[in-house]
Ligand binder design. Structure first.
Ligand code: NAD
Length: 367
């Protein structure tokens, strides 16, 4: 198969859909890979790295789309890219169709085979192509939180790990999922005292089994959250209700109960956030302050560490890319039910029912 890797042109996106290691594997399997010149620059992978791995570099995004049977990228196509998609061409990327009717209509019109990273789902119901980004964001939450606890960054002026003779800081983690566990682990590694809360006892039992004794679990309810926010220095929001807005576990009135300079990192901001006062921020302007509480609510945290994010993402996408290239999309999706769940639009037909539901479209679905 001929596989194309374009440069991402969405604002502030430095990740790339394939590393030179991915190119090497595809070429080893007798596929041809075209990479747009400069596509990997933002992640620290340069044209010569791709060439050494066996790729051919093309000058323009138009050439990459025109010459490839499958496009592997990171973000959904933006308006300038819509017309580049060819009939019958496989587009393997994050799409998030339900949040954009114009994108959905454009992909229907272009008649491509749209396979969305975010809906590939394994037998346990987990989303393997979303997990690495939650891992990145969870770990980063502590790095960012520790920074904003410093006085010049408007925080309490506290070193999270403490020093001999001074107690470490306290971190409250809401949600013991992927984000929450990675955040707890990083905070514990710095020596902070960690409280992690969830409503799922299985998750709390797991955390209790694997974490050191300075990570304690607590069942998530309003009473306990109100109690903990008074004594914790950094609060990480990592709650998710599948397919719904995150619940407001911290309401506006609770900010007054926190000590001035407390930092909230609401990782769940992309689902509306689990703090009532959360509003999305950017890496250029990541924080704002309400009632002396620092809010960090960057909606694309992994974007700040494109090298790590690109490698983490492509580690999990590559096996699927190889299957698609080796078998073709029909056979690959028949053989791999996880990948089949990724099929969203096939040659102009929406086959993922949540998309039709999101736009109240009354179209028959195939899967
Ligand atoms: N901002 C970013 O850049 C970024 C990056 C990656 C992920 N995210 C977001 O982070 C959030 C968490 O993702 P995840 O992969 O960890 O999800 P996950 O499903 O692995 O974990 C969510 C956890 O929240 C728990 N939960 C549900 N209701 C709760 C409640 N009332 N109190 C406490 N816990 C509760 C669930 O039981 C689950 O364990 C999602 O909204 C995701 O989209 C944001």
């Amino acid at each position: 198969m001929i596989v194309g890797v374009p440069k991402e042109i969405k604002n502030n996106e430095s990740r790339v859909g394939m590393t030179p290691a991915g190119v090497f594997e595809l070429v080893k399997n007798n596929h041809t890979v075209y990479v747009q010149s400069g596509a990997g620059d933002g992640s620290g992978f340069f044209n010569k790295d791709y060439q050494q791995a066996g790729a051919t570099i093309l000058d323009t995004i138009g050439q990459v789309y025109a010459m490839s049977e499958m496009i592997v990228k990171v973000k959904e196509p933006i308006a300038e890219e819509y017309d580049l998609v060819q009939e019958g061409q496989i587009i393997f990327t994050y799409f998030h169709f339900a949040s954009s009717e114009p994108l959905t209509k454009a992909m229907i019109k272009q008649k491509g085979i749209c396979i969305a990273y975010e809906t590939v789902e394994d037998e346990e119901g987990t989303l393997p192509l979303l997990t690495p980004m939650s891992e990145v964001a969870g770990r980063m939450a502590i790095q960012q939180g520790a920074k904003y606890l410093e006085k010049p960054a408007k925080g309490r002026g506290l070193l999270l790990g403490g020093v001999p003779g001074v107690a470490p800081g306290k971190v409250l983690v809401l949600g013991a999922g992927v984000v929450g566990i990675q955040a707890a682990k990083m905070a514990a590694g710095l020596g902070a005292h960690v409280t992690i809360m969830d409503v799922n006892m299985k998750r709390l039992r797991y955390v209790n089994d694997v974490m050191p004794p300075h990570v304690v679990t607590d069942f998530s309810n309003e009473y306990s959250i109100r109690k903990h926010i008074k004594t914790h220095d950094l609060i990480v929001g990592g709650v998710l209700l599948k397919g719904a807005k995150a619940p407001n576990l911290i309401t506006r009135d609770m900010l007054k109960e926190m000590r001035p300079g407390t930092v909230i990192v609401d990782v769940a901001v992309d689902q509306g956030g689990c703090v009532e006062t959360t509003k999305a921020t950017t890496h250029e302007d990541p924080i704002y302050i309400i009632d002396d509480v620092v809010h960090y609510c960057v909606a694309n945290m992994p974007g700040a560490v494109p090298y790590t994010s690109t490698v983490a993402l492509t580690n999990v996408t590559l096996p699927y890319v190889l299957k698609l290239a080796n078998l073709g999309w029909q056979s690959a999706c028949e053989k791999d039910k996880s990948l089949q769940k990724g099929l969203n639009i096939i040659e102009g037909k929406v086959v993922y029912k949540e998309i039709n539901e999101a736009f109240n479209w009354d179209t028959p679905v195939l899967v």
